[in-house]
Write a protein that binds this ligand. Sequence first.
Ligand SMILES: NC(=O)C1=CN([C@@H]2O[C@H](COP(=O)(O)OP(=O)(O)OC[C@H]3O[C@@H](n4cnc5c(N)ncnc54)[C@H](OP(=O)(O)O)[C@@H]3O)[C@@H](O)[C@H]2O)C=CC1
Ligand SMILES: N[C@@H](CC=O)C(=O)O
Length: 360
Amino acid sequence: MSNSKTLNIIIFGIGNVGSTLIHQINLAKPKLQAQQNLIINIPVVTNSKLAFFNEFGISNTWECDFDTFSVPYKIEEIIAFVNKYDLKNLVAIDATASKDFVENYIPLIQNGFHIISANKVANTLSYEFYNQLRLTLKKCNKSFLYETNVGAGLPIIETVKRLYDSGEQIQKIRGVFSGSLSYIFNEFSSNDVPFSKVLNQATTIGLTEPDAREDLSGNDVARKLLILARELNLKAEINDVSIESLVPKQLNGKTTLHQFKTRSKEFDAPFLEIKNKQKKGDVLRYVGELNVEKNTLEVKLVSEDKNSSIGQLKGANSVFEIYSDSYQESPLVIQGAGAGKDVTARGLFSDIIKLSNSLN
Ligand SMILES: NC(=O)C1=CN([C@@H]2O[C@H](COP(=O)(O)OP(=O)(O)OC[C@H]3O[C@@H](n4cnc5c(N)ncnc54)[C@H](OP(=O)(O)O)[C@@H]3O)[C@@H](O)[C@H]2O)C=CC1
Ligand SMILES: N[C@@H](CC=O)C(=O)O
């Protein structure tokens, strides 16, 4: 088709989020081509060890093809492959939760890739790396989009950044930043169920991180706070976040993921005690707060009246209250599903379209 634009998207990570994104892209293809003259080609998909290559793009049978034809790979082989077939408008999607994979960002950018990431790691390593990444992007004229890092598909980063860039003084961002913990405390507060059971449910439906200890330890919320702080040009580090971990002391630090999973019942007694000690009508909420004026970042468990804005949350909803000069008495509130493979994949897809619109 004349004047059409083709994006070549390599998807790293084909778990909950990555595979849902492929499904959404496959469904949207005819409409994108007809309405936007946009062709999305996915020539490579990978998990942590194997990659499936097809220069013409994967088809609806990609899962079967991956099982049959995937091979062990190195990042250099993917770069060589896209060069061999002269593929243009290259986009690397990071749908992993991997720190190791982030080491590939700079080489990928230097070899012509834009990056779109659901993985929060790159934005929460040292401030030095944060800057180095941005300098490389500028030098190579490439984009890095990561709206799904905070609030999954909700437009949090874009809203905060637009306010900040337009000169708005933001004083505070407060809310329930974790979709999985919102779900867990909603289910736990309103039903007579053991904590470990709702934790397992949250993992099974893909709300938690691949390693749920990241959510329960407060690391995931701390990362989101740090990402927002850095959008506001605060030179904070992850260690600056004060975190109240939800992981019982005996499970903190030294357990493997497998041991942790088999010992999840050890959450039940302490959380039942916390629940029973609450005032009638209160619910548990895991809250994050970035106070720009005081330069503090805090993650903690609180009891909230179930009729308060934060107490009323349902399901896996997150809520972000942004207090600024123009929104002092009545904060700007963004609320909705804050986790889940469908909303997160849709958020990545929306970053793909945003990137596409910025390319000639
Ligand atoms: N679930 C949600 O609601 C949200 C998730 N996110 C983020 O999305 C990301 C993906 O989450 P989710 O899909 O649930 O995770 P999954 O565990 O379901 O999938 C992770 C995928 O990444 C692959 N992977 C791991 N390490 C590497 C590596 N070094 N190189 C290439 N691939 C690798 C895994 O492969 P293998 O099977 O071989 O290990 C797997 O295919 C996470 O960073 C998460 O924080 C962000 C917002 C919301
Ligand atoms: N595990 C995270 C997923 C989104 O970032 C959460 O529970 O919010």
